[in-house]
Design a protein around this ligand. Structure first.
Ligand SMILES: [Zn+2]
Length: 638
């Protein structure tokens, strides 16, 4: 991991200039972040120097850095190094006005850590707290990606992103043509841009820049680990591959191919060509720069800057009875913990909160205290109405109510269903008949109620897919073959914190019952049931990944010639496994396989859809981590 130097001196002027050009605290000037011009080799991670002001800044250690001016700010890749006027005058200097000087890099970890953490003014965020504001311009998908990234940082590091109240220094998350961020805390308001197509991995990555991390492949020692293929990089994009001098950055730990801060192997390639060759043959090159998570190396580097992740404070546990309501108030950041002991006579439980203010989140863990990163069920929507339900076995269920922001007058409710009881939730939900492959819009479902459907499938197909998307609110999807689905009794289900739900079942000549349950009021969400396979020109293959290094080629270990058109690969792994899917095309002139597209969601289902030109193609299936092994089903539709 590459980390910012703590040894910069004489930066007071830079800080003052930086403040005066960026506006004083509270004034935020949106950054002009143009749409990338793909024909020029630009991407959402960086712009071409063609037709733009390119200037060279001289750093104190004698190194130089070529920077491109975009709308008054100096960019390298997706990193905003400062405003152009300040950069031209002072070079690239971090906001380090009061950083104590540490003259001995070999000093004990504790003293480094102490110096960083107790510094009142530097590029480091005091106590790891990063206040943020979501700008109105930010798109819905980017909001969800940012939320994912915030939770991911919270679960793995000491960094805390909190909604801004009146802090002087903060991050404004805005829409833009690409994804970009300042490096570390720059002072006053600073921008982080996320376009809707940036994705979760980029959201984690950009927060990494704001935290104070450079790109992994800018390390001074990078040439021992990667080789840049300059002939595939246009001269106007080459500045994005500069190394950062020793004066601006400091490496932490071994070179880390798994870092979220590493470029992809085809970053800024002419026509998507490969630009980075991975010298370590044991590394799965398709994972490089493609992840959505911090690596262990990233986590260690952030711990070096901000201290190790605080152990979760033990929460005092209060025993509660089932079918009981508890009234609660909470202050931001506070956890309140409860224990619900269930006997063998209980079939299922549902725990939910009801409140009309603030933002409470709900976590449940059987057998141990639930935390934000350790739970069997979580419900963390943007208000105080949360719900978790599951089949039950005898034992202690720990419930944690976390205050994402202050709330009061909240009730925590626990409802259980005893064995051999009728499923009461089924009584009132009339199943409307649906036609497969036709989208229906569900205009309005009241909070905590269901809307039910049924659809007929047949043996001529292989798979029934249930898709919910768009609209407002938080709906969950439950499906059962032959009889009504309930929240406790289903064959497949999907219950994310949004309306994006997907599950699928093997197709039989049967009726499939669908229940859409609204956790919060749901409007204008779209339901689509699709029959796939056999009749559909799709072929299904079974396979198994038995070790983390295994890579399966599909279909059947073969490549295939394709005349062109829509190409879809769908991977269903074991529920616990995180398998990934990528599509490659044969590059005749270079005599090698080239990555076209990959799908690396943190789950067991991956899907790639591609408008393919004529060519030779193959799919690759591989494991995200050593836990992710097991059998899978791969469906290819041409
Ligand atoms: Zn970056």
């Amino acid at each position: 991991m590459f980390k910012i130097n703590k040894l910069v001196t004489g930066a007071v002027i830079a800080v003052l200039v930086s403040y005066s050009t960026k506006g004083l605290a509270g004034e935020w000037i949106p950054i002009y972040s143009p749409e990338p011009n793909l024909d020029k080799g630009e991407s959402k991670y960086g712009y071409s120097s063609e037709g733009r002001d390119v200037f060279t800044i001289q750093n104190k250690d004698g190194s130089v850095l070529n920077v491109v001016d975009i709308g008054g700010y100096g960019y390298v890749g997706d990193m905003i190094l400062g405003d152009t006027a300040t950069l031209k005058q002072n070079g690239f200097q971090l906001n380090t006005s009061a950083t104590p000087h540490i003259h001995n890099d070999n000093s004990q970890f504790n003293s480094i850590q102490g110096a960083i953490r107790h510094t009142s003014s530097s590029y480091i965020w005091p106590n790891g707290v990063i206040p943020y504001v979501i700008d109105r311009s930010l798109g819905d998908q980017a909001r969800r990606d940012f939320q994912y990234a915030v939770e991911h940082w919270h679960a793995n590091t000491n960094i805390r992103l909190v909604p801004r109240t009146n802090q002087r220094d903060y991050v404004v998350v805005q829409n833009g043509g690409g994804c970009s961020s300042w490096i570390g805390r720059s002072g006053g308001a600073q921008t982080l841009t996320l376009a809707n197509n940036c994705g979760r991995g980029a959201a984690v990555h950009e927060i990494g820049h704001a935290v104070g991390l450079f790109h992994e492949q800018t390390r001074p020692d990078r040439d021992n680990y990667i080789r840049l293929i300059w002939r595939n990089i246009s001269s106007n994009m080459a500045y994005n591959f500069q190394r950062i001098g020793n004066h601006q950055g400091k490496s932490h730990g071994e070179y880390d191919y798994q870092s979220i801060m590493h470029y992809r192997i085809n970053a800024f390639g002419i026509g998507g060509r490969r630009t980075i060759e991975i010298l370590d043959r044991n590394v799965n090159e398709y994972n490089v720069g493609n992840g959505q998570r911090l690596s262990q190396g990233d986590i260690a580097a952030v711990a070096h800057l901000y201290g190790p992740q605080e152990p979760v404070k033990q929460c005092e546990v209060v025993a509660i009875e089932h079918n009981q309501s508890v009234s609660l108030a909470g202050t931001q950041g506070q956890s309140q913990c409860f224990k619900l002991s269930l006997t063998d006579s209980v079939k299922s439980y549902r725990v939910f909160t009801e409140g009309n203010n603030g933002d409470a989140d709900l976590f449940i863990h059987k057998g141990q205290i639930a935390t934000q990163s350790n739970y069997d069920c979580k419900s963390d929507g943007e208000n105080s109405n949360e719900s978790c339900s599951s089949q039950a076995t005898a034992g202690d269920y720990y419930i944690t109510v976390f205050a994402y922001s202050d709330f009061n007058n909240l009730t925590l409710n626990t409802v259980v269903e005893l064995k051999d009881d009728d499923d009461p939730i089924d009584d009132s939900c009339q199943a409307h008949a649906l036609t497969p492959n036709t989208m229906v819009t569900l205009k309005n479902i009241a909070a905590q109620t269901s809307m039910c459907f049924k659809v007929n499938a047949d043996d001529n197909h292989q798979l029934v897919e249930f898709n919910l998307a768009d609209g407002q609110g938080n709906a969950d999807l439950y499906v059962k073959k032959d009889t009504q689905a309930s929240l406790q009794n289903y064959d497949c289900m999907s219950a994310s914190a949004t309306n994006d739900e997907y599950c699928s079942l093997t197709a039989h000549s049967s009726t499939y019952f669908i229940r859409i349950f609204a956790n919060t009021t749901v409007t204008n969400t779209k339901l689509n049931v699709t029959l796939k396979g056999k009749n559909d020109d799709s072929e299904t293959y079974m396979g198994e990944i038995s070790t983390k290094d295994e890579v399966d080629i599909q279909p059947n270990g073969q490549w295939f010639e394709y005349q062109g058109g829509s190409l879809t690969g769908l991977l269903h792994g074991d529920n616990q496994a995180d398998l990934e899917l990528s599509l490659e095309v044969w590059n005749e002139s270079r005599q090698q396989w080239q990555l076209v597209k990959s799908s690396t969601e943190p789950q067991s289902v991956e899907k790639i859809e591609y408008q393919a030109p004529y060519g030779y193609y193959r799919f690759k299936i591989y494991s995200w981590d050593s836990q992710s092994t097991g059998q899978y089903q791969f469906t290819l539709k041409k």
